[in-house]
Design a protein around this ligand. Sequence first.
Ligand SMILES: [Zn+2]
Length: 99
Amino acid sequence: MDMPEHCPVCGQAYELQTGFYFGTGYVSYALSVAIIGVFYAVCFALGLISIYDNSVVYSLVVVSVMLMLMQPILQRLSRSIWIAFFVKYEKDARKHLSN
Ligand SMILES: [Zn+2]
C-alpha cells in the first residue's frame, strides 16, 4: 500500500498537497459501481442469477469478496485517475528536468 513520493521517470510529486487523495473515494466508488454493474449484467445474461431463489443473496457475497480482493488494484487505479484530473501528461518532461 506504500507509494513513492515522486515519479521515478519524470520526478512528478505524487502527493500534490496534504489530503490530496481523499478525492479518490469518488473515483473508487464509481469504479466499484461499474464493476458491480458489469458483474450483475454478466450473471443475469448467463442465467447464473434468478430473482426466484437465493442466488441474489449469494451473488452479493461473491461480489463483496471480489471487490475486497480487488482493493489494492482499485486503490492504485483510482489514484492514477484522480491525479490525471490535475496533472497533465507532458511528453518531454524528462528533457525539461535536465535543462
Ligand atoms: Zn512521471
